[in-house]
Design a protein around this ligand. Structure first.
Ligand code: RIB
Ligand code: CA
Length: 312
């Protein structure tokens, strides 16, 4: 079966790491590159974490360093979720690989220019790198098949009452992406707060018996600390956000989505960084997003389990 060509832009990050393991372990993707964004932790740390996960999987995928900070704002990190190093919990060997000399933006431009086919872009952190690329290389937009992103939400926030972290960190970048005209699949908090990993799932990963299963379990052990303390509404589950953007590419039938118009609030005193999702189409604007809002959680977890089983 022909593999789908993709570019991944992420800020590892516990759930980014599991997303990478799903992408690689599924065997369904031709991963042209991984670029790293600043978000869950600083660029230095997310870059190192990406290299560590690639090393763990013994995957031959080039990694490129992205922007150190948002387009116009100071960087906000999520160390309160992901810890001091951004992927706390498992002790992973230092990466044997180094990142490539090209910048993330130059790498995306080179890969899209040279590709004979369109490429799907999968961002799971703040959208700074993707927005910068779109601003610098607008002529390459037609080479992007789709952007399948984790970010935003219609009915709740996680860093403010209405804004989701990835969008909130760089709302101007998000606005550029949502207004780009490129087809977008948006996996926001509405679906990711149903994509919950529970203790029984964590033990399932631990019992796989390979290195990767053990690392997934230890990542989720740490990741769950925040969610059990701060999100009792999730009944002990942790929102496994980022793998949704890859899982939708693997099997959209395990999700429910609808075309919606989505805009990003940039200036609201209380609502800056909010994705304003016109879920009921009250404005009658042309939809710019496939808005994902429900999931078959068991099938989702099975996809990840099957992929992790295939890893070292
Ligand atoms: O709000 C959740 C998102 O922010 C996820 O992508 C998580 O990794 C963090 O980047
Ligand atoms: Ca992320």
């Amino acid at each position: 079966m022909k593999k789908l060509p993709i570019l991944i832009d992420c800020d590892p990050g516990h759930d980014d790491a599991v997303m990478l393991m799903l992408a690689v372990g599924s065997g369904l993707f031709d991963i042209k590159a991984i670029t790293t964004s600043a978000g869950n932790q600083t660029q230095e740390k997310t870059l190192k974490n990406a290299l560590k996960i690639i090393t763990l999987m013994d995957a031959d995928i080039p990694v490129y360093k992205g922007s150190e900070k948002p387009l116009f704002r100071e960087l906000i990190i999520a160390d309160y979720v992901h810890g001091e190093m951004g992927m706390d919990g498992p002790s992973l060997p230092d990466p044997v690989l180094k990142h490539e000399p090209l910048s993330a933006i130059e790498a995306i431009a080179q890969i899209l220019t040279e590709s004979l086919e369109k490429i799907t872009v999968v961002p799971t952190g703040p959208l700074t790198n993707i927005a910068t690329f779109l601003l610098a290389y607008p002529h390459l937009k037609p080479k992007i098949e789709r952007i399948s992103l984790m970010g935003g939400g219609a009915f709740r926030g996680n860093i403010t009452p209405t804004a989701e972290f990835n969008i909130y960190v760089d709302p101007e970048a998000a606005s550029i992406v949502f207004n780009s005209g490129v087809p977008i699949t948006m996996c926001g908090l509405d679906v990711t707060h149903k994509a919950l990993v529970f203790q029984k799932d964590i033990e399932m990963f631990r019992e796989i018996g390979n290195k990767s299963g053990k690392v997934v379990a230890e990542l989720m052990d740490f990741f769950s600390i925040y969610y059990r303390r701060e999100r009792p509404e999730l009944a002990g589950g942790a929102a496994l956000h980022d793998p949704c953007s890859i899982a939708w590419l693997i099997d959209p039938s395990i999700f429910i989505s609808k075309p919606c118009h989505v805009a990003v609030e940039l200036t609201g005193t209380l609502t800056a960084g909010t994705t304003v999702v016109d879920f009921f189409d009250v404005l009658k604007k042309t939809p710019n997003v496939e808005f994902v809002y429900d999931i078959d959680r068991d099938k989702y977890m099975q996809l990840i389990y099957n992929a992790v089983q295939m890893l070292p």
